[in-house]
Design a binder for this molecule. Structure first.
Ligand code: HEC
Length: 188
């Protein structure tokens, strides 16, 4: 009996660690510390329509996921409820310090979140938020994209696992393949 309150506290602390939290208007609270989450991959200059030429400095997309969701995915090949993935888009350049060729990352331009919260987002459990960038500072709350937003034209339609682009996350894709959790019809 004496240990029960201790276990209860551990449970509460685990819940307090989850980054999926909203304000009264349903905006997503900024996930402080996301740079200490698990890094899934970077895309460089990825383009999904007909490319309009080759930009000299294509943007990098960095993808992060909260640690507890990552651990769950490694075990099961699926995302648990209250998963948050972030897409951080940064500019790139060649010119700086000793660099002579290739690209490195510079300022963050955009920060977008994908959240799985099945009790709140009834259609497929997922929702998308944008943290507005004002002169290099991201807003403290993220604004929800409507269901009609372009996000849903790709996420959930051409994604490997649920609404996520696991096909581009090289450490996760083999796990999903092995666990048989790829979306039905994916890759056909
Ligand atoms: C044309 C297809 C397309 C559209 C439209 C699209 N995305 Fe994505 N998104 C991708 C691809 C591909 C990735 C894989 C990672 C990358 O870009 O490196 C991705 C990754 C993400 C991720 C990282 C987690 C994940 O799901 O894999 C987030 C968050 C995200 N997008 C948010 C958005 C938001 C918000 C919108 C709507 C404003 C949106 N996306 C619209 C193609 C799309």
């Amino acid at each position: 009996m004496r240990f029960l309150p201790v276990l209860g506290l551990a449970g509460l602390l685990a819940a307090a660690d989850n980054p999926v939290r909203y304000d009264k208007e349903g905006k997503l609270l900024f996930p402080d510390g996301y740079r200490e989450w698990v890094f899934l991959s970077s895309g460089l200059g990825m383009t999904y329509g007909q490319p309009a030429g080759t930009p000299e400095n294509p943007p990098f997309d960095n993808v992060f996921v909260n640690r507890e969701a990552y651990r769950h995915f490694v075990k099961t090949g699926r995302w648990p409820d209250k998963t948050m993935l972030l897409l951080e888009i940064r500019s790139s350049t060649t010119h700086g310090s000793i660099n002579k060729a290739g690209k490195f990352q510079t300022a963050a331009r955009r920060l977008e979140a994908a959240v799985k919260d099945t009790s709140r987002f009834k259609e497929d459990g997922w929702a998308y938020f944008d943290f507005a960038n004002t002169n290099g500072e991201f807003a403290r709350t993220g604004t929800l994209f409507e269901r009609t937003a372009s996000c849903y034209g790709c996420h959930g339609k051409v994604t490997a696992v649920e609404n996520t682009f696991v096909q581009f996350y090289p450490t996760l894709y083999p796990i999903a393949e092995k666990k048989g959790t790829l979306n039905p019809g994916f890759g056909k």
